[in-house]
Ligand binder design. Sequence first.
Ligand SMILES: [Zn+2]
Length: 138
Amino acid sequence: MPPVVPPIPDRTDQYFWDGVSAGQLLIQRCTSCHTLRLPPVPMCGTCHATTWDTVAASGQGTVYSWILSHHPSEPDATPRVVVLVQLAEGPRFVSNLIDVDTDEVRNDMAVQLCFREVDGVTLPQFQIVAPRPECVPQ
Ligand SMILES: [Zn+2]
């Protein structure tokens, strides 16, 4: 079995994987009350409407929480940081934080969406936003 099991989209999450293929992280939005929801569900938990559309996430977020994953029988070649990202739009999203020294990871650090192919499957991932140089007074 490959380490990443390819998604099998259904009516509820086909839009999500279509968005990933197009380089977007799409968030479901209730067309009745405009509540955003991620992961997708067929009915709004706020107003019970079943109609929805999508909005594209900006890709900006912060680390809400994280763990260093240790698979018990098939460890990753490099440590894998699993993060719960607080998206700028409001919903939280579980993903991986990549290209990071595990000693650097902190809650509330700014992260940016990127897409990375893993075992033939394109996945939404996150990277640390590079700190901007300090303004130097003139
Ligand atoms: Zn609603």
